[in-house]
Design a protein around this ligand. Sequence first.
Ligand SMILES: O=P(O)(O)OC[C@H]1O[C@H](O[C@H]2O[C@H](CO)[C@@H](O)[C@H](O)[C@H]2O)[C@H](O)[C@@H](O)[C@@H]1O
Length: 307
Amino acid sequence: MGSHKDLTDSDPSTSDASTSDSTTSDWTNSMDPLPTPSTQPGRDALAALLARPARALIALDFDGTLAPIVADPEQARAHPDALPALAALAPKVAAVAVITGRPADVAVRYGGFAGVPGLEHLVVLGHYGAERWDAVSGEVTAPDPHPGVEAVRAELPGLLEGSDAGQGTWIEDKGHALAVHTRRAADPQGTFDALREPLTDLATRNGLIVEPGRMVLELRPPGMDKGVALSEYVRELGAESVLYAGDDLGDLPAYTAIDKLRSDGTPGLLVCSGSEEVTELSERADIVVDGPEGVVRLLQTLANRTT
Ligand SMILES: O=P(O)(O)OC[C@H]1O[C@H](O[C@H]2O[C@H](CO)[C@@H](O)[C@H](O)[C@H]2O)[C@H](O)[C@@H](O)[C@@H]1O
């Protein structure tokens, strides 16, 4: 590993699209195409990843990135082609990690990540990095529960029942956090907007923070985010390049961590899964792909392009 690959049609620095300032990916210029990152740091990172895949970390969010968004969070599952793509790529890179807001064991179950040949070294960082599951041991390490979660668990149903804005909402009890989903309300965005302030008050009174996401407001302990989780894992691995793919506001700290890694000399590639719902992410991405389907295609193409 470590020899430079033929980047003839995938070398971002020589691509026709290298001067584009659009975040739209170009998948059309080869039989086995890689999209052209829209920024020079993104092109540098893709080149570094292809040149030395064995030193690269591939880090991915779960919901909306590996798993299509569905109305019922308990029915979310990895895209059917995600596991084969991850299993093909993982042996060729330094590591694959899933960094998710889900509890780690839930992501492992919904992703089908345990016991998959090729994914023997997979790491799942759950609860935004507060929890960790290692495929090697099959064990989850988790922090002590935050006392505020129990208090919120007791108060939240009453708050929602006593509020018109609570109609059609669903509480996901995540153990170390509680999430209020509005996707199945009659007016998902209106309900989300109306609940934001009372839920922020409730969280603050109990020493928690509100993590907003795609039609979800999560009340969770402070002190960890996906950016911290990603930076710490990059350091642990000694990765020389990083790809991070996400779809939601909770992924922004990971994007910021990539910016910092870049400024410190570690190339990083920002991938956004889907461009419309969370423009804060797609506007910063080097590559925008068409949801989990596009993420899987990208992983498959990277697996085909690396040895
Ligand atoms: O960090 P992630 O892996 O992206 O997890 C973020 C949250 O994802 C889940 O909610 C989202 O997906 C649901 C299923 O598709 C969808 O119904 C919901 O509207 C989305 O917000 C999950 O339920 C949360 O616990 C995660 O924090």
